[in-house]
Design a protein around this ligand. Structure first.
Ligand SMILES: [Zn+2]
Ligand SMILES: [Zn+2]
Length: 256
């Protein structure tokens, strides 16, 4: 899938206040998060992503006194990639002395609220990385902001993914089976949309069982409907909510 770029004009970016430093290549890319509260509502409303990107630019220009938003590219949960400073321009977000080594890519996840990067966030970050390799001579490295700099950024979940080698999210039925994970301790249900690794784990197993659902970590209408149909098939109470019994059945019941 080609990168889904949101141009500066499209997101209503302010003009940079000065000329960017030039970069012809970097060792790679550093991944960032917002470090603040991101409302889970952005998952269902792209207009909120646009507003958040604009507020980040305002903060960087008016609060930090930078000439522009500090990131090279910014990625939202809709797998859209917002143009920041772009390829071949020095970013500002990696920390003093660290900007010429790596481009800076932000995933729109927070330290509270929306904290678990969905598959579309991860795909979007990799779309951004490939774009920077293609257009801006970015090298192979994918690192976190905290690598070589004292910060929590990019947060636990994103950093864990970076440390695993930043793989493209899979979830195909051909993936090797994973051992039966224990019940996460919360019932997965909709509405409202629930977000999390536990959702993704359940969806992946449903995919393996042959159900046609997205493995995106979002428990919404499609997951609920698949759950309900599965519960009917297995003679469970058809609530559309993954409680402990349904979770167990998803691994233990034979596929019919
Ligand atoms: Zn950062
Ligand atoms: Zn969005």
């Amino acid at each position: 899938m080609a990168i889904d770029l949101v141009t500066r004009r499209e997101w209503g970016a302010r003009q940079p206040r000065g000329a960017y430093g030039r970069l012809s290549s970097t060792r790679g890319v550093k991944v960032h998060y917002t470090g603040g509260q991101v409302s889970p509502d952005i998952v269902g409303d792209h207009a909120r992503c646009v507003a958040l990107v604009r507020s980040i630019q305002n903060h960087h220009m008016d609060g930090n006194g930078w000439i522009d938003v500090g990131y090279s590219l910014l990625v939202c949960p809709h797998r859209k990639v917002f143009e920041g400073r772009g390829p071949n321009h020095l970013p500002a977000a990696n920390g003093s002395g660290l900007n010429s080594g790596h481009y800076a890519v932000l995933g729109l996840v927070g330290s509270t609220g929306f904290t678990q990067p969905t598959d579309d966030v991860l795909h979007g970050i990799l779309d951004a990385v490939e774009y920077l390799r293609d257009k801006g001579g970015a090298g192979d490295e994918i690192k976190g902001h905290r690598d070589g700099y004292s910060t929590d950024c990019p947060g636990g979940p994103l950093y864990a993914w970076v440390k695993r080698g930043a793989p493209r999210p899979g979830g195909g039925p051909t993936d090797p089976p994973e051992p039966h994970p224990s019940f996460p301790g919360r019932v997965l249900k909709y509405p409202p949309v629930m977000v999390g690794e536990d959702v993704r784990t359940w969806q992946r197993q449903m995919r393996r069982r042959g159900w046609d659902i997205d493995v995106d970590g979002l428990y919404g209408e499609a997951s609920r409907d698949a759950c309900r149909a599965f519960q009917r098939e297995k003679g469970l109470s058809a609530t559309g909510a993954v409680n402990r019994a349904t979770w167990q059945a998803t691994w233990e019941e034979p596929v019919t």
